[in-house]
Design a protein around this ligand. Sequence first.
Ligand code: 5AD
Ligand code: SF4
Length: 530
Amino acid sequence: MKKIYLETFGCQMNVLDSELVEGRLRSLGYDFVTDAQQANVVLYNTCSVREKSEQKVLSRLGRMKIRKQSEPDLVIGVIGCMAERDGIGMLRRLPQVDLLCGPGELDKLPGLLENVLATHRQQAALAGDTARRSGTLASAGEDRLELLDLSRSFSPGKNKYQAYIRVVRGCNKFCTYCVVPYTRGPEVSRSPQAIVDEARRLVDAGAREITLLGQTVNHYIYDDVSASGPSGPMSRRTTFAQLLRRVHDELPQLPRLRFITSFPADFGDDILQAMTDCPRICRYLHIPAQCGSNRILKLMNRGYTVESYLELLQRARSFMPDVAVVGDFIVGFPTETDADYQATRELAARARYKNAFIFKYSPRPGTVAIRRHEDDVPEEVKQFRHQDLLNLQNEICHQLNGELVGSTVDVLCEGPSGWNQPAESVIAGAAGGHGPSAHGLGPRVELGQRLLGALRSRTDGISEAPPESSGHIQLTGRTTADQIVVFDGPANLEGLIVPVKVCVVHGLTIFARIANSATISPTHELAAAI
Ligand code: 5AD
Ligand code: SF4
């Protein structure tokens, strides 16, 4: 039996594509292994968003070239955005690559693989020049891709409790720096019925948190042209707010529903109202600003201003004061001056993100920005701005997380954490109790202990005794704001929503204790488990 090693780079869209590909190939009898050395087929699901992501794949391919000299039957495949962006020329430049498959052609992957195995000749399926297809071709392509989504296997994956569903494919925004509209094609929304059905099957298979995915997920819009009314055919339109309500209401047993990534322009109050009304939709928004200078936003073709962006955050917070907002920034876009960068810093300070992803501009072949502008911000300036913005964001994270100390938050317990020491060793130490010595502790615990002095004042208010710990192991979970929480508890809490009291916060990690039974409401699942 052929053994496949599949490594995934890049965004959640790629994680989902890999899951779909793995499910399809498994159903055809292929086996999957976690060690590339054991595999006779090695597939890389690639990302082209920044040059660095492509370099990682090129270095893997370099290693595979050497391996192939002694194992000529080894099959090497490049799938995803890099295959699409680089195109057929990659097969000439990198003869060790046997197979290329773009993200819009993944339904063809089993056929390509079969052909490579049978003929030992290079195979490719790329959207190529048809990437920005006409409406008709796009819908023909979408039908094929829809089948790939629909044929997904619903056996629990690597993350048993968390699942993704694609709701919008592709992107129409054409931000000048970005390759995605070229690699993933035009924006197409999936039918709400297909989405609800998929969500139901995932919940039946054990999913406790579903994330709806789209590059511009809030722009989801579906017109059901087949719908008919009393006077013949009519179009029934589903907006994103309606989709959210439908998934929420039709799956009352799903504890958490979230969505990423939102585009800042045209973000309607109807979505904010749906989030406010539906208690199981996480109050979490990932809305990239990219930059705080209106001049650069224009060059990026983002279609909004700093003022309208901040107005959106204010609107979101007026609907949901506790909403967690996460952002993305690109520093060092061509022509960015110190003043432009200061404006970005100011925006980050005003936005007060729970978390922010910060990138240095990377010129990408095929984009408008690389054609129009020289990459004129020196690397050391980019590096400085990147680090400076990270420092600022870390400070904001510390402050926001510090404000959580003493409060009770719900976490979805994901199971045992990767490290051996109990969370109590950090909590007790930080509270001035008798934590174990730092000797032999895991690096994160040691880090936590080094912070004792600084943290002590934050935990003064916590007088709870450590809970009964016999039979407890160290567990991790995530809050609705997607923050990691470490706490001790019985192993059977895995997969449940557990209320915990925040005791100590270090960076992005929260150390907590299971909340007193008095604070556990009947809606929590903890009471049944312990
Ligand atoms: N250079 C740097 N960052 C980029 N991103 C997209 N394209 C580029 C690029 N060429 C970032 C944006 C986007 C995130 C997914 O990646 O911030 O939101
Ligand atoms: Fe790229 Fe802009 Fe589309 Fe996001 S919205 S995927 S940054 S083009």
